[in-house]
Ligand binder design. Structure first.
Ligand code: SF4
Length: 358
């Protein structure tokens, strides 16, 4: 078994344990919710801070970002927004690598997160020492990593890509005759290999949410809604992707939904996206793709356990106390900036959207 296969498997127990220990967030009644929202709004002004949320966090937090002059998007777009905003503090609601990406682009700003325990299975499944040893086995390969990685893994890479620009960047490298290592998401890597014929060497990480989408159940759902269009995030398994009318990043899925003439959309990504999707296409029926098979009581539980750790309560407390602050080693940040800027420059030259991640 190769290192690329061994490490993610060995980390499975660790990932399971972390998920087992996720504390369910306390339920807030409407009065309590309104109270937290009012307090957070006041603190954002008092502390010259802006709220930046990922599509997968709870609706209340996305709504709060929108109504306070903040932003809701995917990780790189979130980081770009933060870098261009005049606020001194960025309050990033999402998972840790998103806070780190914001810090890479805004080293002079304080980046606060509701909790630093919100992880990502792709990031956890690609530790720097093992990934670096894996890369060392292929010294003549370009190292291309996805945005969902730690700052250390980004610093080890030649290129950082997002799900919006990965195919163009890989085709560019192929045209230059480069051999390529891809990490960490195996499904996205396989999708790119299939689309481009790149034959990249794949690290075998995966997203615990997208990996759960079930082909058989999807086929049954499609039979039930034959006119529905199927929109799939490329971190999903190959068989599920094969059923898609459209494959793309979160931002691209929203745009595809907007363009679609279908009245019903079946969507294979974290159901946090439905908040934004329902704003954009209020007249369409949105159905989450199935994650559970016949014996499951839940047909689709597609929600990231770490995104769910962002709550109004810990958001308020972190902002009040200025705790859960992202720190990034400056030398590592400088190294990570190189492949990140390489991607931004390439995408800018090619007129490609740079946003896109889980
Ligand atoms: S949804 Fe998947 S890729 Fe996104 S943060 Fe959660 S585990 Fe990571």
């Amino acid at each position: 078994m190769s290192l690329a296969e061994k490490v993610p498997q060995a980390l499975q127990a660790k990932i399971d344990k972390i998920i087992d220990n996720v504390t369910p967030s306390p339920w807030l009644n409407q009065v309590e919710k309104a109270d937290y929202i009012a307090k957070i709004k006041a603190l954002l002004i008092e502390k010259n801070a802006v709220l930046i949320a990922h599509y997968y966090v709870d609706d209340d937090i996305q709504a709060l970002a929108e109504t306070t002059g903040g932003y809701v998007s995917d990780s790189l777009d979130m980081a770009n927004f933060g870098a261009q905003h005049k606020a001194e503090k960025l309050v990033v609601c999402g998972v840790r690598f998103m806070g780190e990406t914001a810090k890479i682009l805004s080293p002079e700003k304080t980046v606060i997160m509701p909790t630093l325990e919100a992880e990502c299975s792709l990031d956890l499944g690609c530790p720097i020492d093992e990934f670096s040893a894996f890369c060392d086995q292929y010294p003549d390969h370009e190292v291309v990593v996805y945005a969902n990685t730690s700052v250390e893994v980004k610093a080890r890479a030649d290129w950082i890509v997002t799900s919006s620009n990965a195919i163009q960047i890989i085709e560019h490298l192929m045209a230059e005759g480069k051999k390529i290592i891809w990490g960490p998401d195996r499904h996205l890597g396989q999708y790119i290999n299939n689309q481009t014929g790149a034959n990249m060497v794949l690290w075998q990480g995966y997203c615990v949410v997208h990996d759960e989408f079930k082909l058989n159940e999807l086929e049954l759902l499609m039979a039930q809604y034959p006119d529905a269009e199927v929109l799939v995030h490329p971190e999903s398994p190959e068989g599920v992707i094969a059923k898609a009318d459209f494959v793309g990043s979160t931002k691209q899925i929203i745009a595809a939904g907007q363009r679609s003439e279908a009245k019903t959309l079946i969507i294979a990504t974290d159901h946090g996206l439905f908040y934004k999707m329902s704003q954009v296409v209020p007249d369409k029926r949105l159905i989450p793709a199935p994650t559970g098979d016949k014996s499951a009581t839940c047909k689709s539980c597609a929600h990231c356990p770490w995104m769910a750790m962002n709550t109004l309560i810990n958001l308020y407390e972190a902002l009040r106390d200025e705790s859960s602050v992202i720190e990034v080693n400056e030398a590592v940040r400088q190294k990570a900036l190189i492949p990140l800027n390489r991607m931004l420059t390439f995408s800018h030259q090619q007129g490609i959207l740079t946003a896109g991640d889980a």
